[in-house]
Design a protein around this ligand. Structure first.
Ligand code: C2O
Ligand code: CU
Ligand code: CU
Length: 542
């Protein structure tokens, strides 16, 4: 394969120097609709009874723009909710006041390379990085979080995350619930010690391997698992799974179907009613909740139902995972209770048709018959992508795509099958599923939520022929493989083909597992979007 030297690439591709991002040198020609300060700081917050919890949080300040565009969630460690329209220009002045390096990534957003929050762009304590970009995305629920290599897990866990809500003309026509009826529901799991402090990676290396699972659910950055809504009203609930590695099988406890109207970077063509929804790490699902038949005093519960987690009994039960003993990933538990303490009314009704959608045409893909293959598996006790781990300045030939092309990528969770076709280790992957003999070596398998920066893709197909049937049966009715998405859950043995277009911006971006411990361990790689002009800068290696 081939490698490219990163600094050289920068000057070659951009013609400017991304390290020269000085807050005092705001682009004079850039007239933002919204201009905000975002400061990552350490704060002690009242999350539990008694002693305050040391958190890291994004504090924000509006410099220019509609005050409605910047909202805080009271009493929450989460950052602000930023609301923008497609076509608007936004400037964010990010200051790092943390004791670690950091950089902010706009998850799901289509932005130029220098504003994507590449791990190479980290800034130190006291420094500021300015983002200036035009919002090109469709209406949808996007989010932002730090992206330094090796410390993303800790920084998100300590509280650094916020929402970026994009609206557009198509969405506005639908008259969806707005204002107090358009509510974020950010689900995260945390562990607190007896001193009310956050506990992270107390299980050491095993927690990193498996991904950290907390034992307590936080909703919207508060340890309180309650939402107060009004009986008689309809709501748009924008779910974000902001957890490090936990994912959920969302269901209403009264057995009502879950009505989904949006996913990641899109509103669906029409509402989908599902018995439950799989909410994988980093994903957003917009849910319609009709409370018109409910009365004051009623309660409703949202649960995560039991499922086969793909991690095996021993792992998931916590025998091997330090802090993970109390809330196994695949068990059933309550996420939150909705209290209807007040009556209200609004006249939103669920549209039959939402936003028309046309999937990218596989016939237009440059590699229609020969998709790029990315395999996610463990090798020598390392989570890898095609056997490689993170290299800040390198990109392989198979990770280099051309600007203005459409491509199909085949993403496979190879798990145990890497050990060879048949037998104990093959296919179903005994080892990942509770083998009592311990040794993990190359055989461990786990779910991997795979995320590609810069694009929103369409899912072409999901091949489950090598997924253990009991596992698949326990989750299969919870997937929405429609619309524009940026993250896809690969359960062990699963193979998903996605199609996407590389347009507008060339440069170096990343793709990775969004299990943040896996990402931090190196299950992340660069990919390069190049135009023809620069292909002579690729050097042979090995
Ligand atoms: Cu939400 Cu590269 O991540
Ligand atoms: Cu992202
Ligand atoms: Cu992973």
């Amino acid at each position: 394969s081939m490698l490219i030297a990163w600094p050289f690439l920068q000057s070659c591709v951009n013609g400017n120097n991304k390290y020269d991002n000085d807050p005092l040198k705001l682009s004079p020609d850039f007239q933002p609709h919204l201009d905000i300060k975002l400061n990552a700081v350490e704060r002690d917050m009242a999350l539990l009874e008694g002693k305050k919890t040391r958190c890291w949080t994004f504090e924000s300040e509006l410099i220019k723009g509609n005050p409605e565009s910047l909202q805080q969630i009271a009493g929450s460690y989460l950052g602000p909710i930023i609301k923008v329209d497609k076509g608007q220009k936004i400037r964010i002045r990010f200051t790092n006041s943390l004791p670690q390096e950091s950089i902010v990534h706009w998850h799901g957003m289509h932005v130029p390379e220098e504003y994507d929050g590449h791990p190479n762009d980290v800034i130190s304590n006291g420094e500021t990085y300015v983002y200036e970009y035009t919002v090109m995305n469709r209406a949808g629920t996007y989010w932002f979080h730090p992206h330094p290599h090796g410390e993303t897990g800790e920084q998100v866990y300590m509280g650094l995350a916020g929402l970026l809500l994009v609206s557009d003309k198509e969405e506005k026509k639908l008259n969806l619930p707005a204002g107090e009826f358009d509510l974020p529901v950010v689900i995260q799991d945390r562990s607190f010690n007896d001193d009310n402090q956050l506990v992270y990676l107390d299980g050491g290396r095993m927690d990193k391997m498996m991904g950290f699972l907390g034992d307590r659910i936080c909703i919207n950055g508060r340890a309180n698992q309650q939402l107060d809504l009004k009986a008689g009203c309809s709501y748009r609930l924008r779910f974000l799974n902001g957890s490090n590695s936990r994912f959920y099988k969302l269901a209403w406890s009264n057995g009502d179907p879950v009505t989904v109207i949006g996913i990641d970077g899109s509103i669906l063509e029409s509402p989908k009613k599902l018995p439950y929804v799989m909410l994988s790490v980093a994903k957003r699902i917009d849910i319609w909740l009709d409370l018109r038949n409910k009365k004051q005093g009623d309660k409703l519960e949202l649960k995560s139902l039991a499922f086969e987690s793909g991690m095996g009994g021993m792992m998931d039960g916590g025998m091997m995972g330090g802090g993970n003993t109390r809330l196994p990933l695949g068990s059933e538990y309550r996420l939150f209770t909705i209290n209807l303490d007040e009556e209200g009314s609004n006249d939103y009704s669920l549209p039959e048709n939402l936003v028309a959608f046309k999937k990218l045409d596989p016939a237009k893909a440059v590699n229609q018959n020969n998709p790029r293959e990315f395999n996610f598996f463990m090798e020598r006790m390392q989570w890898t992508i095609n056997g490689r781990t993170w290299e800040g300045t390198e990109v392989a030939e198979e990770e280099t795509v051309k600007l203005n092309t459409t491509e199909i990528w085949q993403l496979s969770n190879k798990g145990g099958e890497m050990m060879g076709g048949g037998g104990m280790m093959g296919g179903g992957g005994m080892m990942g599923r509770g083998n009592k003999n311990g040794g993990m070596g190359n055989m461990m398998q786990m779910p991997h939520p795979i995320h590609i920066h810069q694009v929103q893709f369409n899912i072409l197909d999901r091949d489950v022929s090598r997924v253990e049937p009991a596992l698949w049966n326990s989750i299969k009715d919870g997937f929405i493989d429609e619309g524009w998405q940026d993250t896809v859950l690969l359960m062990p043995g699963m193979k998903v083909r996605v199609i996407m277009e590389f347009k507008n911006y060339k440069g170096l971006f990343v793709y990775h597992c969004h299990n943040l411990e896996h990402e931090d361990m190196g299950m992340m790689r660069n990919f390069l979007i190049e135009d023809d002009r620069k292909s002579n800068s690729i050097k042979n290696f090995k």
